[in-house]
Design a protein around this ligand. Structure first.
Ligand SMILES: *Cc1c(COP(=O)(O)O)cnc(C)c1O
Length: 252
């Protein structure tokens, strides 16, 4: 898909407005309120100068999937952009938990007790807390991170031990295909799982969030119940490297 690079504040405003209009239309089609669906701009690989333009265009939160990259951007921009929220959406290596605890407002890819323990310890030490979503592998693809759906309830039952983690819901990456039914099936699975966990998990009704949908599939995700869509390329422009670069194959 040819996403043109947004080079000016005006480009960014236009792209964001166009996506918001498509989001609102998807809400209308599925009888949902546009206020219930958040657009999280994904800024990975986008350099600082263009993030400053995004701030000028009204963006107040950024999604990043690599801790080191996000941390560097936070450090560079925190003075000028107070209140800019950083949402980590990619897999966490536990040796980076200290950095995440320091600057992140949300973490969408919790998928192990080891990561939960590391984050909680670092957060407690700093007196901070963090909104987290549990990543679920809804496609069954071996390359994807996330818990198997049938592991989710047992996992949720362990999380109250980590007092600094506020568990808000679930996140997924749909199957890597343009086949609409297969993509929708991933989203529907996440929604059904969230609905069941709201009944059975200790977090109950606090499990409101469904973070799902990206540039190529956010409208389907909204029709299937997304509360947050994570959109990068449709806002900022195409990335030069394939997605396999950002979502490492294998789980080394
Ligand atoms: C990069 C990324 C996105 C956004 O993908 P786009 O194709 O740029 O919209 C969403 N979620 C995660 C986890 C990502 O790494």
């Amino acid at each position: 898909m040819p996403f043109e690079t947004a080079l000016t504040e005006e480009d960014l405003r236009r792209n964001i407005a166009a996506i918001r209009a498509r989001m609102d239309a998807a809400c209308q089609r599925s009888g949902r309120s546009p206020q219930d669906v958040r657009l999280l701009p994904v800024s990975k690989t986008v350099p600082e100068e263009r993030l400053r333009l995004a701030w000028a265009a009204g963006v107040r939160e950024m999604g990043e999937n690599k801790v080191q990259e996000a941390y560097g951007k936070w450090q560079a921009m925190r003075q000028d952009m107070p209140g800019l929220r950083w949402c980590l959406i990619g897999h966490l290596q536990t040796n980076k938990a200290r950095l995440v605890a320091e600057f992140a407002s949300e973490f969408h890819a919790l998928d192990s007790l080891r990561a939960a323990r590391a984050l909680d310890a670092r957060l407690q030490a700093l007196g901070r807390s963090l909104d987290v979503l549990v990543q679920i592998n809804t496609s069954g693809e071996a390359s994807k991170f996330g818990l198997a759906p049938q592991e989710a309830l047992a996992f949720m039952r362990e999380l109250p031990a980590f007092a600094s983690l506020n568990v808000r819901g679930l996140m997924t990456l749909a199957m890597h295909t343009t086949d609409e039914p297969q993509v929708r099936q991933c989203f529907a699975l996440l929604r059904d799982l969230r609905d069941r966990l709201r009944q059975d998990a200790p977090q109950g009704a606090a499990l409101a969030e469904l973070s799902m949908g990206m540039s190529g599939d956010f409208e389907w995700a909204i029709e299937e119940g997304a509360t947050t869509v994570r959109v990068g390329q449709a806002i900022f422009g195409a990335r030069s490297l394939p997605d396999s670069h950002y979502w490492p194959e294998g789980k080394a």
